[in-house]
Each structure stands twice: as structure tokens, then as C-alpha cells.
Design a protein around this ligand. Structure first.
Ligand code: FE
Length: 216
């Protein structure tokens, strides 16, 4: 298949001089490109605004959280999700560009999963939204593989010594999402309340789901 690597985040123009402007070189380039496209009539500014709004509000970790919560309450869905995540997510209306080939890896008492993209910053956009800055940082990308337990400790996650850590390296073709373990004490919670416990980081593997509140 065609190599369709998402390089939105990449700035290959390392030699660009620093401008006095408050905009970064990438922001300046984006702004210039937008101006040209609008001027030439190739894009409608309103359509562009809708697209940006989509990424800011509709696409985000709440999508992944819905998938996780469904998997916690529905064993059949969980099995479909782990067997072939892309169509299973589509059942919940989750998917799209950057999520064409999703793989979901489930945490267990024996094994904790951690997602990284060592090459660049491939990330499951439709389920998790915009990637956090640290996900794209060279230290995370290298150290997640070399010393995952130390990296997790820095995120405030201390796992039992006998729980293995498995690191999954994302590519343009395969985007991983972690299915965290359902927290204890959540038996009475419905799907929506469960989804509220699912953090973005718990689906990357750098965090765990929230504990239920005292009223749960
Ligand atoms: Fe990448």
C-alpha cells in the first residue's frame, strides 16, 4: 500500500531562521498556506473552521473512552475489539483518517502495554484526538523503549514488579490503543460513568484509569 505517513507534526525546515514574530516557523507556514488557498478560492474559510472545530471538539479522547467503557461492560464487544479493532470501533461511530488500522492491546495483571512512535509521532487521532506534546518528544520516543518502567514512574505510574511492560511502536499503517483494566469498585457504574474514568494517558499506557469517586 502507499506509504501515507502522517507528517503533519514534522518540520523538516530545521534551518529556518528565527523570526521576531510570536508565531513559530510552522505556524507561519500554515498561515501563509491558508492565505494562498483562500485567496485562490481553493478552500472556503468557513469549511476550514469547521474542520478545525471537528478536531478540537468532536475528535478527542472521549471517543477512545467510549470504546473502553463498552469493552468493560460487553464481553462480546471486547472480543471483537481485540480481534479486529477497526470495525469494532466503527460500531460506535469511531474511526476515520489515522484510525484505519487500529490495534487494541489489553492490559492484564501480568502485562501492561505502552504505546510509542519511535520514528516520529504516529498516533490514533480518531480515538485520542491531538497527541500530547510529550508523545512527540525525542526523550519519550527513545526512552519508552529503553526504560519503560522509569518512564512510567515519571508519569506517576508504579506497576507491580512482576507485571511485564510491553511496548508497541506505532507506524502510519498500525495505530495502537491500550485497553486499560477496569478499576475495582466500579461494578455499579453505567457505561457513561465508566467512560468518565478513562483518561487519555490510560489509553496510551502512560497512565491508569481514575479511581471511582466515593459515591460510586
Ligand atoms: Fe510516526
Amino acid at each position: 500500500m502507499a506509504h501515507d505517513h502522517d507528517h503533519e507534526d514534522h518540520d523538516h525546515d530545521h534551518h529556518a531562521p528565527h523570526h521576531a514574530s510570536e508565531l513559530s516557523p510552522m505556524e507561519l507556514r500554515v498561515r501563509a498556506l491558508e492565505s494562498v488557498l483562500v485567496e485562490k478560492g481553493y478552500v472556503d474559510p468557513a469549511a476550514l473552521d469547521r474542520l478545525i472545530e471537528t478536531y478540537e471538539t468532536k475528535v478527542g479522547p472521549h471517543n477512545g473512552a467510549r470504546v473502553v467503557a463498552r469493552a468493560w461492560v460487553d464481553a462480546d464487544f471486547r472480543a471483537r475489539l481485540l480481534a479486529d479493532a477497526t470495525p469494532a470501533m466503527r460500531e460506535l461511530g469511531v474511526g476515520g483518517r489515522g484510525g484505519e488500522h487500529m490495534v487494541v492491546v489489553a492490559n492484564t495483571q501480568e502485562e501492561h502495554n505502552l504505546v510509542v512512535c519511535t520514528l516520529c509521532s504516529c498516533y490514533p487521532w480518531p480515538v485520542l484526538g491531538l497527541p500530547p506534546v510529550w508523545y512527540k518528544s525525542p526523550p519519550y520516543r527513545s526512552r519508552a523503549v529503553i526504560e519503560p518502567r522509569a518512564v512510567l514512574a515519571e508519569f506517576g505510574v508504579t506497576l507491580p514488579a512482576d507485571q511485564r511492560i510491553r511496548v508497541w511502536d506505532s507506524t502510519a499503517e498500525l495505530r495502537y490503543m491500550v485497553l486499560p483494566m477496569r478499576p475495582a469498585g466500579t461494578e455499579a457504574l453505567d457505561e457513561a460513568a465508566l467512560a468518565a474514568l478513562v483518561t487519555r494517558d490510560s489509553m496510551i499506557g502512560t497512565g491508569l484509569p481514575r479511581a471511582p469517586g466515593p459515591s460510586a
